[in-house]
Design a binder for this molecule. Sequence first.
Ligand code: IPM
Ligand code: MN
Length: 357
Amino acid sequence: MEMNIALLPGDGIGPEVVAQAVKVVKAVGQKFGHKITFKEGLVGACAIDATGDPYPDATHEICAASNAVLFGAIGDPKYDNDPKAKVRPEQGLLRMRQKLGLFANVRPTFTFPSLVHKSPLKLDRVEGVDFVFFRELTGGVYFGEPRGRNEQGTKAFDTNVYSKEEIVRLARMGFEAAQKRRKLLTCVDKANVMATSRLWRETVQELANEYPDVKVEYEFVDAVAMRLIQWPKAYDVLITENLFGDILTDEASVISGSMGLMPSASLGSNVKLFEPIHGSYPQAAGKDIANPLATVLSAAMMFDYAFDLKEEAEAITGVVNLSLAEGVVTEDIAEGGKSYKTSEVGDWLASKVIKAY
Ligand code: IPM
Ligand code: MN
């Protein structure tokens, strides 16, 4: 197959972890006979520094012309503590999601047997956890208008807005995913307080008739925040609006023991985007110590979701599991034992793809 992949390494550790994923993707291409072309673009703080724009048109053109985007991370401390900054790296990410039409963010949480002891939760709670969030990504309070301040600057407001159509397209993805999994869908909302949430609930209730094989549960977001920690095995597929999804998926990402391990996919248009859930981790940038596995696993999701190549995806998850089992890991996982550099883990994974599969 021919594949055009846009690479947006971004800021902080982004370039280092994306470089490892590229090694692994190239190895898969070589092993399985795919012609893979990469094109790189700027996004985030580095794009602001170079062009004044966190998502330059040139980058959008590269993404729009590709089949898939492999994204690293964005964010730089110099913007975080300056609420008055006019241009912010995050604006680039939001504009990119919107312009590419990536309305569904798929964020799985699963466990690795060799790492469950690192979870902040007790073993019996965490073993076998396997759920996935479908977070709405291009609507809600992230994009609603009006937003801003009154003239005196003493009041600020954001608008949460959802159309039925936006809810339906996201919910359908959730229902379809549930059909392929354990057939349980949880609609997460705040319907006891918010009008948008009541529209979510009503819309999902209507849609449920079309998916009689899927059991649907409705839960308030505050209760889910609690139950996710108390009994994460209770969940299979969860659907929710943009802001709730942002918050709950960070909570979910630590359940398995390391945020450095969870991948994600953003879907909705012909171009699909894949990125690790962790951020730019600026303290580690340039030190060759960051854990590349979440980005490598995002590349596995890319083969699966963007190209429907399951065997290639499994080749990657297979070597990642092998690296965990054999202790070829970065210092965040090594727990004082022997640890490897980011680049060494990437080289090892790529060589295993070539040899073992
Ligand atoms: C995420 C991030 C972004 C979000 C930020 C960086 C704008 O937290 O991808 O979850 O809030 O969506
Ligand atoms: Mn977030």
